[in-house]
Design a protein around this ligand. Structure first.
Ligand code: NAP
Length: 331
């Protein structure tokens, strides 16, 4: 992606600590994490009110609650939902209208004022930096895997070793699935293996990675491919999928505005379901946290930056230098 020159970063702004109104809570943010979405947002490519505090993901503890908040107490460790207004059920325009860091202030601040209904308790075994990878990448991967109703032994393909894909790998393993992981790098694939990938494919050396998926699935094809590449990968994802299987369309790393080509006759005759996924609801977020606790999942964070070094984190993400997630510490 070609980023506009944003010039020098703005000076930090000092504000009063907010007071929660009825139904609201204030969270002392301790950590955030970067998503590709934030790179696009920080480039000024997402509309919304300006100026605003960026970053969708945040983890910390509740420091104040407003009238009528019963579900949470001061001191609870929480993460905030990506879509604070999508509480449950299928996506609707109204549910998805709000995104932290896009339509309202996000998590690159010490005190986040948010509806208490959008907060989910942090799994006890996670650090705040690990927990801060849940709201966008974790919940998206959860939705993408769950949409295929996975059963033990199902074959799931995760593309690349970014945040969503390594979360998908860990969630699919927790469901007893066989995971095929692709990457541009052997070193990154080793990290994926350590996280449980059963088969790894270097897609730079083996661009026909869909053939490998067919081979390891006994010729049948994958039950689910979590596609993050879009143009350049979606066609192969269709070729990698079994009859009646699912391709979850999650990302557009190969280009957001470039159309993707798919083999239409294969998609049709193989009855393949292509379905778009956008993060998930607070209930999905809560279900993921339960699964993370039950399975003892620890998301992979390869790099951590201070909040005053955000540009370095963004540059690393643009260069695909990370594996899994990049955490941002909020002092
Ligand atoms: N739909 C949603 O709700 C949602 C939510 C979150 C993210 N997303 C989208 O999902 C995508 C991934 O997000 P992320 O935050 O996980 O990104 P990320 O952490 O930056 O992941 C990038 C990694 O993906 C791999 N990759 C790069 N280009 C690729 C391509 N053309 N085809 C396949 N793999 C490629 C690379 O890994 P290797 O070097 O290992 O190959 C790269 O390091 C982005 O497009 C993002 O906008 C969508």
């Amino acid at each position: 992606m070609v980023m506009p020159d944003a010039g020098a970063p703005p000076e930090p702004v000092v504000r009063d600590v907010p007071e929660p109104g009825p139904g609201q809570a204030v969270v002392r943010i301790r950590a955030s994490s970067l998503n590709y979405h934030d790179v696009v947002n920080l480039a000024g490519l997402i509309r919304g009110p300006w100026p605003r505090v960026p970053l969708s993901d945040g983890a910390g503890e509740v420091v104040a609650i407003g009238e009528g908040v019963r579900r949470l107490a001061v001191g609870d460790r929480v993460t905030a939902a990506f879509h604070p207004t999508w509480l449950q059920g299928p996506p609707t325009p109204a549910a998805k209208r709000s995104v932290l860091g896009d339509t309202c202030d996000g998590c690159l601040q010490q005190h986040l004022l948010v509806d208490a209904a959008a907060l989910v308790r942090t799994p006890d075994h996670l650090t705040d930096a690990e927990a801060a990878t849940i709201p966008c990448a974790g919940v998206t991967a959860w939705s993408a895997v769950r949409i295929a109703e996975p059963k033990p032994g199902d074959v799931v393909v995760a593309q690349g070793t970014g945040g969503v894909s390594l979360w998908a790998l860990q969630i699919a393993k927790a469901h007893g699935c066989v995971v095929v992981l692709t990457s541009s790098s052997d070193d990154k694939l080793e990290v994926g293996r350590a996280l449980g990938a059963d088969h790894v494919v270097n897609r730079s050396r083996t661009p026909e990675w869909h053939d490998v998926v067919r081979e390891v699935s006994g010729g049948k094809g994958a039950d689910l491919v979590v596609d993050v590449g879009g143009p350049g990968s979606l066609g192969r994802s269709v070729l990698a999928t079994r009859m009646g299987g699912t391709v979850a369309i999650v990302g557009g790393l190969g280009g957001y505005t470039t159309p993707a080509e798919i083999p239409v006759s294969v998609a049709m005759t193989q009855n393949i379901r292509l379905i778009g996924v956008t993060v998930g609801s607070v209930v999905d977020h809560t279900d993921l946290c339960r699964a993370v606790t039950a399975a003892g999942i620890r998301p992979h964070v390869s790099h951590t930056f201070g909040w005053d070094d955000l540009a370095a984190g963004v540059a690393l993400m643009e260069a695909h230098g990370h594996v899994g997630k990049i955490a941002i510490e909020v002092p």
